[in-house]
Design a protein around this ligand. Structure first.
Ligand code: AMP
Length: 221
């Protein structure tokens, strides 16, 4: 299985697509946002810094993200393919990611760029709910992703919460940052011939079909 990378604006459904890939292909889903949200709960200086940075919708310092990515990718479960999500977020991170991959002797694999309208993203940001126990993601504003009961996880019965960066003000900040930074990253992967553009305005299963049509052709390494 080739490694998979997602490039997408906030709330474009990359977490949901990653979950669908994990269920089908059993490779780990490495989300820098998830790792950082765990760190933000730690009661120390780093936790406090990460918590404040996340709630402002700003980027966490490179030395922190680089280290956590390299440490995570070096683990055995990544040897047969993985999904990287939320990293790289700027061209500098992309260049450093190339050297991390080289060091670990991994290929870049397939890079999926999810294109989606801003109005739809705003609706999704406001409706997104996450399970505090198992991290399952739901959306109150989407028929195919809403939980059966608004505040309860279908999977484990845990309580659903709204991320504190899922408000319009933090979204505007994250979206503006995304647009500013994404073009050079996209060009970088286009040049390497690994970029696939996906229409994220479609329902979840149609988006997954577009992605799966590409990865199912890869076979296993
Ligand atoms: P996400 O779950 O991908 O939307 O990420 C949530 C937040 O985590 C972002 O708004 C950033 O504050 C932080 N974050 C995630 N990935 C990175 C990264 N690669 N570099 C810096 N900050 C990040």
């Amino acid at each position: 299985m080739k490694n998979i990378m997602f490039i997408a604006p906030p709330a474009a459904g990359k977490g949901t697509q990653a979950d669908l890939i994990v269920s089908k292909y059993h490779i780990p889903h490495i989300s820098t946002g998830d790792i950082l949200r765990d760190i933000a709960m730690e009661n120390n200086e780093l936790g406090q810094y990460v918590k404040e940075t996340l709630s402002n919708g700003e980027l966490v310092k490179d030395e922190i993200t680089d280290q956590l990515i390299e440490k995570r990718l070096a683990k055995d479960d990544c040897k047969n393919g993985f999904i990287i999500d939320g990293f790289p977020r700027n061209i500098e991170q992309a260049v450093r990611y190339d050297s991390i991959l080289k060091k670990l002797k991994y290929d870049i694999g397939n890079v999926f760029l999810i294109n989606i309208d801003k109005k739809l993203l705003e609706k999704r940001v406001l409706g997104r709910r996450v399970c505090e126990d198992c991290d399952a993601v739901y959306n109150l504003n989407s028929e195919d992703a809403a939980p059966q009961v608004d505040s309860i996880c279908d999977e484990c019965g845990g309580k659903l919460f709204q991320r504190n960066d899922d408000n319009l003000e933090a979204f505007e900040n994250r979206y503006r940052l995304y647009l500013e930074k994404v073009t050079p990253i996209v060009e970088h992967y286009k040049k390497l011939g690994v970029l696939h553009e996906i229409d994220g305005n479609n329902p979840r299963d149609e988006v997954f079909k577009q992605i799966n049509d590409i990865i199912s052709k890869d076979g296993t390494k």
